[in-house]
Design a protein. Structure first.
Length: 272
């Protein structure tokens, strides 16, 4: 099941898939210049995932408008993000002695579950600020050949220094062909922690560290979950937003503390 996001992949990927001898049902591949990413593609992977299940496809993929991201779905309609791709790629490369640097590179938003699953395989995870340029910088600095973001930006530096959704799709297909296993099985050891990301519109961007109400809410979370969770509080680089990301092995704790931290930011910096 192939969702081209009514973007640049629309005229490239369908004939590529056909050349590979694969059967694909293609959706959202009629760009008008106005409908790119509109309720489709990797920004709305649930559309592709539902179609993958409905038509009993073996694999689903949703690219974004400029095709540098790829989000997948299993035949059961379960969405698989960039963390799943990193896990499957790390295991595949490690088994063949091709994983360089003994680690993969993720970002502050990479799920803690990936770090735990990789650690069981003896593979490390290096985190960078959000942005594929920071991922690439760390990969080059550390001699690591696999990195990416949950959003579906994946970099295979042995093949290209750019995040490329089409290349990511080809790599995933290669893993499936080489192993003879469905994607579900390749990523089955990965159990992502419950995670919530909440945006708070702010009137100004003063340092969040040092605001007593925010510091207290964050400290309460860390005291409650210890090493079983993570919190990231940062500003958007392009919008007047503070982003709160909370993850832990307890879904109720994630919901409670996300709300508390967001309310603390809103009470002190929120737009009224």
């Amino acid at each position: 099941m192939l969702d081209c996001a009514d973007g640049s992949a629309s005229r490239v990927v369908p004939p590529l898939i056909k050349r590979l001898g694969l059967e694909a049902r293609v959706i959202n591949a009629q760009p008008s210049g106005r409908n790119i990413n509109l309720n489709c593609g990797s920004l709305h992977p649930e559309v592709m995932a539902a179609a993958t299940k409905e038509f009993d496809a073996d694999l689903g993929v949703a690219l974004d408008g400029d095709a540098d991201r790829a989000i997948f779905a299993t035949g059961e309609g379960r969405v698989m993000d960039g963390d799943h791709v990193l896990y499957a790629g790390a295991v595949f490369s490690q088994d063949r002695g091709e994983l360089k640097g003994g680690a993969v590179v993720g970002t502050l938003m990479t799920n803690l579950g990936l770090e735990v699953a990789l650690a069981r395989r003896g593979v490390g995870l290096k985190r960078t600020p959000v942005g594929d340029k920071y991922v690439l910088e760390e990969m080059l600095r550390s001699g690591i050949n696999l990195g990416g973001e949950p959003s579906g930006h994946i970099i295979f530096s042995d093949l290209s220094l750019a995040g490329d959704g089409i290349l990511t799709l080809l790599e995933v297909l290669r893993w499936l062909d080489a192993t003879g296993k469905p994607f579900t099985e390749l990523v089955s050891p990965l159990r992502q922690f419950p995670q919530i990301i909440r945006n708070v519109r702010v009137r100004e961007k003063v340092p969040l560290e040092g605001i007593p109400e925010v510091d207290t809410a964050v400290s309460d979370f860390r005291r409650a979950v210890g090493e079983r969770g993570r919190v990231v509080v940062r500003y958007s680089g392009t919008e007047p937003l503070a982003r709160v990301m909370v993850e832990a092995d307890d879904a109720d704790a994630v919901e409670h503390h996300t709300r508390r931290i967001a309310e603390a930011i809103d009470a002190t910096l929120g737009v009224r």
